[in-house]
Design a protein around this ligand. Structure first.
Ligand code: PEP
Length: 247
C-alpha cells in the first residue's frame, strides 16, 4: 500500500508571513505525507516550524555539485545540512526557462540522491507532444536520461511527478483518464527497469490540481498524490486537497 502524498510547490512565491501562516493553519496529516517546497530563502523558516511534525520540507532546485564556485546556486548537501528532506528536479519551468536539459536533470538527480535527500523527478509532455501522439515518448526520454546516468538504476526512496506542461498553471488539469493512463505507463516503464519497485514507487500528478478536482484524480490506481502549485499558496485550499486525499 503506497502512502499518498500532497506536496506544495510554492515556486517564486511566499514570504516569512506565509511560512508562519502555514505553520499555524496547516492541518497535520494523518494517513498521508505532506511536503512543502518553498523558495531557498524560506527553507530554514519552514524546517524550524515543522521540526516536530511529520511534514517534510524540500528545495525546488539544487545545482549538480555539492560545493564550489557556482555563484548564486545552492547544493543538495546544503539543503540536507539545513534539515531539508527532499528536492524537486526536472520541473518543466526549470527545463523551459533555465536550460535544465535532460543531462543536467540527470546530474542534479544524482546529486540529490547522493546527498541523502529524496529526489522528486518531474516529467511531462508539452501540448505539441501530446497533440502529435508522442506524449509517452517524451516522458520516456526524460526518464531514460536519468536512469542512464545512474550506476545502478533503482527507484527506492524516489518519487516521480507526472506534470503535463499544458496543465501547469493553466487551470486546465488533465482528466483523470489521461493522468491515469500516463501514470500507468510510467509504472510499466519502471517495472521493465527493475521489477521489485513497481508497487512501492509513488507517482504524483501535478497540473492545476485544486480542491475541486482532487477527489476524482486521487481515486485512480496509479495516482499516489499531488504536486500542487498555485493552489498550494492558500492554506485553506491546500488543507482541502489534503482532506480529499485522506478520505
Ligand atoms: C507545478 O508547478 O508543479 C504545478 C503543478 O503548478 P499548478 O498546480 O499551478 O498547475
Amino acid at each position: 500500500m503506497r502512502k499518498p502524498v500532497v506536496a506544495a510547490n510554492w515556486k517564486m512565491n511566499g514570504s516569512l508571513e506565509l511560512c508562519e501562516h502555514f505553520s499555524c493553519e496547516l492541518v497535520r496529516p494523518e494517513a498521508s505525507d505532506v511536503w512543502i517546497f518553498p523558495t531557498a530563502l524560506h527553507l530554514r523558516s519552514l524546517v524550524d516550524s515543522f521540526r516536530e511534525s511529520d511534514i517534510a520540507i524540500g528545495a525546488q532546485n539544487v545545482w549538480c555539485e555539492p560545493e564550489g564556485a557556482f555563484t548564486g546556486e545552492i547544493s543538495a548537501r546544503m539543503v540536507k545540512n539545513l534539515g531539508g528532506q527532499l528536492a524537486l528536479v526536472g520541473h518543466s519551468e526549470r527545463r523551459a526557462m533555465f536550460g535544465d536539459s535532460d543531462t543536467v536533470v540527470a546530474r542534479k538527480f544524482k546529486s540529490i540522491a547522493d546527498a541523502g535527500l529524496m529526489p522528486v523527478l518531474c516529467v511531462g509532455e508539452t501540448l505539441e507532444e501530446r497533440e502529435s501522439d508522442s506524449a509517452f515518448e517524451a516522458v520516456q526520454r526524460q526518464l531514460n536520461a536519468v536512469e542512464e546516468a545512474w550506476d545502478c538504476p533503482d527507484y527506492s526512496h524516489k518519487v516521480i511527478a507526472y506534470e503535463p506542461v499544458w496543465a501547469i498553471g493553466t487551470g486546465k488539469a488533465a482528466t483523470a483518464e489521461i493522468a491515469q493512463e500516463m501514470q500507468g505507463l510510467i509504472r510499466d516503464h519502471v517495472d521493465r527497469r527493475d521489477s521489485g519497485e513497481r508497487e512501492e514507487l509513488r507517482i504524483l500528478y501535478g497540473g492545476s490540481v485544486k480542491a475541486s478536482n482532487a477527489a476524482e484524480l486521487i481515486v485512480q490506481n496509479d495516482i499516489d498524490g499531488f504536486l500542487v502549485g498555485g493552489a498550494s499558496l492558500d492554506v485553506d485550499e491546500f488543507n482541502e486537497i489534503c482532506e480529499a486525499v485522506k478520505s
